[in-house]
Ligand binder design. Structure first.
Ligand SMILES: [Ca+2]
Ligand SMILES: [Ca+2]
Length: 240
């Protein structure tokens, strides 16, 4: 295509001749046409603290419910897709959170659609209050076990769980209901064994199945993959 002084729509400088005269494009040149896609991006936060949630699986589906892609939120809770123009839905899933589906997401070419999502946290702590030795009952042996733990012995069994968003600790160790695992629980337990008040769960994460007679085959504790990239040491479990 040569230089056309009558061109009414000068969109893009397409090149240059040796004499300094520039070619112009009328917009029909394929490699200058922007890609016909749009961006879907956003941040996922929890409903407790509005903190970013990492490790959320985001799945996008088209109008016919065909999967169009999967992304996982990063440490900033961010995700993103490049999509053809159209209408989509997105499903957000993570262990310890309720699934969320957003429909009628409209993607237009060369535009970014931002979709920030708040996921509702729902803890999955299945345990017996005070049962730190994994026997599925609470008695003096648990107090002995806790004492040994505080002196460097084995950790409480089967009850490391995410009580509130991002906060993993041994919830079965807390018997005085203050959402901490420490020596006060030993004191409380000794009073209990002498006829004092019974064990109280942390109100943030009482056992999800308090009447079950049997210990769950797979304890409530999430697998490492469920925990995603959160490798922080569990808080609130160290003796004080
Ligand atoms: Ca026990
Ligand atoms: Ca406590």
């Amino acid at each position: 295509m040569g230089y056309d002084p009558s061109a009414s729509r000068i969109i893009q400088v397409g090149g240059s001749t040796g004499n300094g005269m520039q070619f112009v494009s009328d917009g029909r040149i394929g490699d200058l046409t922007p890609p016909e896609t749009g961006i879907l991006t956003g941040t996922v936060v929890d409903n407790w603290y509005s903190n970013p949630v990492a490790g959320v699986e985001v799945s996008v589906f088209d109008n016919n419910n065909n999967p169009c892609g999967v992304d996982t939120t990063d440490e900033n809770g961010e995700y993103g897709f490049t999509l053809n123009p159209g209408t989509y839905s997105a499903l957000y899933t993570k262990y310890s959170y309720l699934d969320s589906t957003i429909s009628n997401i409209v993607i237009t070419s060369n535009n970014t659609t931002t979709l920030d999502v708040t996921l509702t946290f729902q803890h999955q702590c299945d345990y017996r209050v005070g049962d730190v030795n994994g026997s599925w009952s609470y008695n003096g042996l648990d107090v002995t076990y806790s004492l040994a733990y505080f002196k460097g012995g084995s950790q409480p069994m089967d009850c490391l769980c995410e009580c509130t968003p991002g906060d993993w600790w041994y919830v079965c160790c807390d018997v005085n209901g203050d959402c901490e695992c420490n020596g006060f629980d030993i004191t409380y337990a000794v009073f209990y064994l002498k006829g004092g008040p019974g064990p109280i769960p942390c109100p943030d994460c009482p056992p999800i199945n308090p009447v079950s007679k049997e210990k769950p085959k797979k304890a409530s504790t999430a697998s490492n993959s469920d925990r995603g990239s959160d490798n922080r040491s569990p808080r609130k479990y160290a003796p004080k």
